[in-house]
Design a protein around this ligand. Structure first.
Ligand code: GLY
Length: 623
């Protein structure tokens, strides 16, 4: 089947579409055959179905060197990519409290070697408590109060990470859940030295105020009112106990019921927020069909709604696939452009960056109107990725900025660090791309007494009041309106790129709110379309455009002249004070060792099994 899917390149947009025509008799026998293939795959430890080249070694990359070490150790102990990914995510919940979590949620993409038809996407996004309504976010003056969706008990969605990571491991892992959780438990129980990034974030007055308002969080991170400093030992006995319960009893009994659930209800339940025991007990992660598309001969597998990231990434790539990127680069290199600006590394001109910006603008316009939780609203994914709509979007891009583009009509701020991404590739060639989030840095800052973990503020990702921008400046419509039991729209974009043989060539993702989408898209574009080495593609400066606000943001680091060349084309350009997002990536060339790239914008690290890990960078404004 993998072979068939890979042979039907360009036609299908979704993995399911790659199946043969649905004639009931044929489908019956196909299903029998499929089950037989699946059973044999399971029996053989989920081995590849085709003879795609395998990577020489496994690799892990994450936003904390200790978490990366955990992943490598699990691979060396015989674990596969799922074991390592879950172990890394659990370790991040201990050593990276800014975003690693038990109290948040995320998305995980599993891509087995050589067999994209068996790729799977697990949505363990947080869910709004059933009793939550927009009125909970009105201040005393009757107007929307942004702080209520960021730090009040109403800001917290039902956590998805415990159930999600357990379900992901249960379906794909090889080691026991206990073995996978053991390193995280050890790190929480024995402690680890605070790294310079955590020390910096704990000193930030906004986070200090939020964490300081929660007695359990304040006691842990601000003993005697003073932030833990770099090198101090962070010991988290409550978190160790919570993780032990999870390992021992599983998520349903060890987290969503019993003492942890009781503590969450005291913090967020009646009298405080809208959480009820039934919200916890009924939480379920959801298996979804990965979204897919072709770009420059590569198969891109990414996350479907409630992520907006996958749809926008595929739209962006599909629109750009029809532009003469190479010819424009040639013109720029030969000095045949009016703009007078050429990228010093890759040699493309300002017109190319203008195309990127306009493609992003159109994608984000569609996001605001159409994307939301597919269990609650019809998300027109097929229409948004239809060749006719992509072609219309492409021809609508002229030589000048178009801030007034409108979303598809159906036939009928300062960036926080909030989210974190990890990638694993195992020696068999299976890949996991996993993004997890608390939303803001340290989430809501709330920690229920005795639990040891921070709680998300994911409710701010809803369009609580349509048209009113959220913390990221994003606006939304009815599709992403707040409703009890609904998942807020996300920008997380865990992605895996395969070649025509079905071998994994790139595993990639990032934190960064809506800038996740533009960051992942640009790294993928640079690496796949321009052949830029992955570390250079990750390091390169980025541009971001999200429709509303209409400004286009340039990271510092672009060579001079780009901003004015874009302004000449009518773009409102703002040069950001700080760089954004933190792309984590593993690139694979057949017959070579994988290459890891952890974004130097933050302090992560990557390692190829049996090789030394990359050195994390220090914060520019650090101690
Ligand atoms: N909380 C960030 C996102 O899910 O997009």
């Amino acid at each position: 089947m993998a072979r068939r899917f890979l042979e039907r390149r360009r036609a299908p947009r979704r993995v399911a579409d790659a199946l043969p025509a649905r004639r009931s008799f044929g489908v019956f026998w196909l299903a029998v055959l499929w089950l037989a293939v699946l059973a044999s795959a399971c029996a053989s430890g989920r081995r590849a179905q085709v003879n795609a080249p395998r990577p020489e070694r496994g690799a892990v990359v994450s936003e904390h060197p200790l978490a990366t070490e955990v992943g490598v150790a699990l691979l060396e102990a015989g674990g596969n990519a799922a074991d390592a990914a879950v172990g890394v995510a659990m370790a991040l919940a201990v050593v990276y409290p800014q975003a690693g979590n038990l109290g948040g949620g995320g998305f995980a993409l599993w891509v087995p070697h050589g067999d994209p038809d068996r790729a799977a996407a697990l949505d363990f996004r947080e869910v709004a408590p059933l009793g939550l309504v927009p009125q909970h976010f009105l201040g005393a003056d009757g107007r929307p109060d942004p702080e209520l969706s960021l730090s009040s008990p109403f800001a917290v969605g039902v956590p998805g990470s415990p159930a999600g990571l357990e379900a992901f491991h249960k379906r794909f892992g090889r080691l026991s859940f206990r073995e996978v959780l053991a390193p995280a438990i050890r790190l929480a129980r024995d402690g680890y030295p605070v790294d310079p990034w955590l020390a910096r974030d704990l000193r930030d007055p906004v986070f200090q105020r939020r964490l300081g308002a929660s007695p359990a969080a304040a006691q842990l991170w601000y003993p005697r009112g003073v932030p833990l400093r770099e090198g101090a030992l962070a010991v988290q006995p409550d978190l160790a106990r919570t993780l032990e319960r999870l390992a021992e009893l599983g998520a349903a009994r060890g987290f969503y019921r019993g003492p942890v659930a009781d503590a969450l209800l005291r913090e967020l339940g009646p009298g405080q927020g809208a959480l009820a025991a039934a919200d916890l007990e009924s939480y379920e992660p959801r298996w979804r069909e990965p979204s897919s598309g072709w770009f420059r001969g590569r198969l891109v597998l990414t996350f479907p709604p409630p992520s907006s990231g996958g749809v926008l990434l595929l739209q962006f790539l599909a629109v750009l696939d029809g532009f003469p990127l190479e010819a424009d680069r040639q013109r720029a290199q030969e000095g045949r452009t009016d703009d007078g600006w050429t990228d010093p590394q890759l040699g493309f001109g300002a017109r190319t960056v203008h195309w990127w910006i306009e493609a992003m603008r159109r994608g984000f316009a569609d996001r605001a109107e159409h994307l939301g939780d597919p269990d609650h609203v019809d998300v027109p994914v097929a229409q948004l990725l239809a060749p006719s709509w992509i072609a219309m979007r492409r021809v609508s891009i002229g030589d000048r900025a178009a801030p007034d583009v409108r979303p598809l009509v159906l036939g009928g701020g300062a960036e926080s660090t909030e989210t974190t991404h990890l990638c694993v590739l195992d020696g068999d060639g299976n890949a996991v791309s996993l993004t997890t989030t608390l939303n803001s840095t340290f989430g809501s800052g709330r920690m229920a007494a005795g639990t040891g973990f921070l709680l998300n503020n994911e409710i701010d990702d809803f369009a609580i009041f349509p048209g009113v921008p959220n913390d990221y400046g994003l606006v939304g419509s009815a599709a992403n309106r707040l409703a009890g039991g609904k998942r807020p729209l996300s920008s997380m974009t865990p992605t895996v790129v395969l070649d025509e043989a079905g071998a994994v060539r790139l595993v990639v993702g990032s934190p960064g709110g809506p800038r996740i989408i533009s960051a992942v898209a640009q790294v993928l574009l640079r690496h796949v379309a321009y052949g830029q080495p992955i570390d250079a593609a990750v390091r390169a400066p980025r541009v971001h455009q999200q429709w509303r606000p209409t400004s286009t943001y340039l990271e510092p680091g672009w060579s001079t002249g780009l901003a004015s060349a874009l302004e000449e084309r009518g773009h409102e350009v703002e040069i950001a004070a700080r760089r954004w997002a933190s792309v984590q990536a593993i690139a694979v060339e057949p017959g070579r060792e994988p290459t890891v790239a952890s974004d130097p914008r933050r302090g992560g690290s990557g390692a190829v099994v049996g090789r030394e890990a990359s050195r994390p960078s220090r914060p520019a404004d650090g101690p």
